[in-house]
Design a protein around this ligand. Structure first.
Ligand code: 48H
Length: 260
């Protein structure tokens, strides 16, 4: 009979290995588990697609947790409340027409739980450090443990192949930057390149976040602040309706594209 210690380790190793092995070639790889990526992951998983989120931090949730300047409340517009409702996340009317508040910790944990319960798989503490580029198509992500990247250890990465790769990395749009800088591809913007985020203008930024959520190149999509940065939109601060709606729109687009 094995000692309990050995059985615990064995259970974790076998279970994680199985999870990883089932996600070496998937339908959708979402890079970044912020609000837009988490909403997209839930909708895509519910549509029956095999979805994995890769999050470089230990805790998924991106910029939700801190609310506005560490006041851990966020604001959501009325038209995005159905998305919070789908996750069972509570909200309250704010003392301002059309605006509601929600506890940032409940939103972050609720979105994470909802995405996983729907069937998406989340790999945390894993950083996407490169993309796979095959004959004019983004075909997967190159992954590495975050601590290895942080310590700058010379360790080669592994690869996950995906029919769709989503840049959900927030402000820097890291994955689209890799596509334009390293693969040299021209993406679907007026210049063929990333236009860059503009200063704060809430209404404009919220609208453009959703508008700019789209396919940028075969196999490559962006959502949330990454989409906004790519499309040259304004920033909007701690209001999250645009991020939630961006995730929902992205999932719909990918479901349509992958059906073809
Ligand atoms: C793996 C990575 C990598 C990588 C980054 O920024 P996020 O919260 O994402 P969004 O776009 O869904 O939400 C944006 C929102 O939080 C926000 O910042 C707003 C509304 N700002 C307004 C304003 O005016 O400032 O999350 C992105 C996630 C993070 O958790 C990163 O750790 C992760 O992506 N990430 N994960 N590999 N290479 N790069």
């Amino acid at each position: 009979m094995n000692a309990t210690e050995e059985r615990i380790t064995g259970a974790i190793v076998r279970s994680y290995f199985e999870k990883l092995q089932q996600h070496l070639a998937i339908d959708v790889a979402i890079v970044g588990a912020g609000p837009s990526g988490l909403v997209a992951a839930r909708d895509l998983a519910r549509a029956g697609l095999r979805v994995a989120l890769f999050e470089s931090k230990l805790a998924p949730g991106g910029g939700i947790w801190g609310g506005g300047m560490l006041f851990n409340e966020i604001v959501v517009q009325a038209d995005a409340l159905p998305i919070l409702d789908d996750f069972g996340i509570r909200h309250r009317p704010a003392d301002a027409p059309g605006l509601h508040t929600a506890d940032a910790v409940e939103v972050a944990s609720g979105l994470i739980f909802g995405a996983l319960q729907a069937g998406a798989t989340l790999f945390n503490a894993i950083r996407v450090e490169d993309i796979v580029f095959h004959e004019d198509r983004i075909a997967g992500v190159v992954i590495q443990w975050t601590p290895i990247a942080r310590l700058q250890m010379h360790v080669d990465p592994l690869v996950v192949m995906a029919r769709a790769v989503v840049d959900g990395t927030g402000h820097p749009s890291e994955i689209v930057a890799m596509a334009t800088r390293k693969a040299g591809v021209r993406i679907d913007t007026p210049t063929g390149d990333i236009l860059g985020e503009r200063p704060m203008w809430v209404d404009q930024g919220e609208a453009s976040t959703v508008e700019q959520t789209r396919r940028l190149y075969p196999g490559l999509y962006a959502c949330g602040m990454a989409a906004n940065n790519v499309g040259g939109g304004f920033r909007m601060g701690p209001i999250f309706g645009g991020m939630l709606k961006s995730g929902r729109k992205l999932a719909r687009l990918i479901v349509e594209d992958l059906r073809d």
